[in-house]
Design a protein around this ligand. Sequence first.
Ligand code: URA
Length: 433
Amino acid sequence: MRMVDLILKKRDNLPLTEEEINFIIKGYTEDKIPDYQIASLLMAICFRGMTDEECFYLTKAMVESGEVLDLSAINGKTVDKHSTGGVGDKTSLALGPLVASCGVKLAKMSGRGLGHTGGTLDKLESIPGFNIELTEEEFIKQVNDIGMAIIGQTKDMCPADKKLYALRDVTGTVESIPLIASSIMSKKIAAGAQTIVLDVKVGSGAFMKDLEGARKLSKAMVEIGKQFGRNVSAVITNMDEPLGEAVGNSLEVIEAIETLKGNGPEDFTELVLNLGAHILYNAQEVASLEEGISKLQENMRNGKALMKFKEFVLRQGGNPDVTEDYSLLPQAKYVYEVNATEKGYIQHIDALAVGNYAMKLGAGRLTKESPIDLAVGLKIKQKIGAYVDENTILGEVYSNQPLTEEHFVEFRNLFKLTNEKIEKPKLILDLVR
Ligand code: URA
């Protein structure tokens, strides 16, 4: 088989066979096919797309390129969730303990963040002592013992995806639904859980900018899951404004804890309850989504969800007292309130610009190697639809440098106001099963 013939085949819109896809992925992982030929193929895929079968073969080849976690030693139903990423997305921190407190087993591998703020691992590492590196045995034992664990992805999982993703990043080939779907699903399949709930974000602060694209991506991922015999559903959620109030690592940990105590922001609480209900329903722990939501709300009220969070933190070496004393988390030197300077209804909050604002404060990384300041970030106190005037505090900035007037102006510019009354946007936009 010659790589050039496979590039020509895809260029001419002919589907690749399983054998051909295996040849490509194996050859690339073993450095036998050069970057330039793979880049050319990736670009052809961006234009020509892939059939459902090709997507499945590609995912399978990437899964088989590395280690696959065997979760069969876990007693009970294993669940996992994945978010396509957004600004202020601290969902796993609250969702994990919440669903684990209802009896399912959350075995999750997470990543670090590039851009706006850190990823789930960085957020967890705001908690003093927290260890994200467990061996496979420790990981499985912890999930069996307490119902949940969140760790970093092992180096040996899906090496083909790591190599391909790095190449896509620098060759303008990230934005392709079959490539995104197979990349995300290869990692989820290799991580082993039977039930997977995907949170597909759509809007200005997300990867997918429109609902149609988000639906296509969701369908592609659910279809791949089905081929592997996994129980997958996708909830499509709005990312036209940041999720919740907090953006920044330790600030997001605090918001997740407050949510487990039942005091979280309305939109974030709604998201966590909905995703949690889908997890419980798909894992057949409840007979309906409504029953799932009330079970989760009950565990917020009776303290079981918070207890599960403490147990999880303690088991992974962190200090569980952070749940009662937030000063144990990294603290910013300066906290500023920013007020509105005009009246009106908030029409839009540029989520991407909010993320970039937090990154400039130091909350995110520009490159994989850059350091991250876990203490800094911001809080968005007014959301789309709110009426504000000169006395309204739009938000707070947590910084380790004194702010200048330009920072204040830039913060206010994150909010677009109008004189027309604006409806609060819907958070849950669609569901793909
Ligand atoms: N996240 C992934 O893991 N892969 C993609 O291709 C895009 C987002």
